[in-house]
Design a protein around this ligand. Sequence first.
Ligand SMILES: Cc1cc2nc3c(=O)[nH]c(=O)nc-3n(C[C@H](O)[C@H](O)[C@H](O)COP(=O)(O)OP(=O)(O)OC[C@H]3O[C@@H](n4cnc5c(N)ncnc54)[C@H](O)[C@@H]3O)c2cc1C
Length: 89
Amino acid sequence: MSPDPAPTLSTPVLVVGAGPTGLIAALNLAQHGIECVLVDRNESVGEWPKMDLTNSRSMELLRRMGLADEIRVRGMFLRCFLFLGQCQD
Ligand SMILES: Cc1cc2nc3c(=O)[nH]c(=O)nc-3n(C[C@H](O)[C@H](O)[C@H](O)COP(=O)(O)OP(=O)(O)OC[C@H]3O[C@@H](n4cnc5c(N)ncnc54)[C@H](O)[C@@H]3O)c2cc1C
């Protein structure tokens, strides 16, 4: 008896990797009405965060996508941070 054939998937766009790049790509496609399927080799998010700071340019792009306010609410505001030993306001 032959094994079951591998399941097939048909989609206009396949986005591989659900890190920030893949998530933003999938969201951009959806906001432009383009169907896509997003896949990742992992079944859940990682245990450790990989982003502490989001720079201004990223926030500009996230604002354009309608995400900046929610990210700001869920984040922490830093009055300053130490960069090469100096406090940057
Ligand atoms: C400890 C740490 C702290 C960091 N702090 C910051 C920070 O404060 N600010 C900041 O801006 N950046 C930070 N970074 C960098 C930031 O996390 C990366 O720039 C960002 O995650 C890159 O996103 P990405 O989507 O390109 O790749 P990734 O986040 O690596 O995502 C790639 C995804 O693709 C999946 N994948 C890979 N291969 C396959 C495959 N063959 N099939 C299916 N899925 C696959 C992976 O499982 C993963 O989910 C940090 C990184 C680390 C490690």
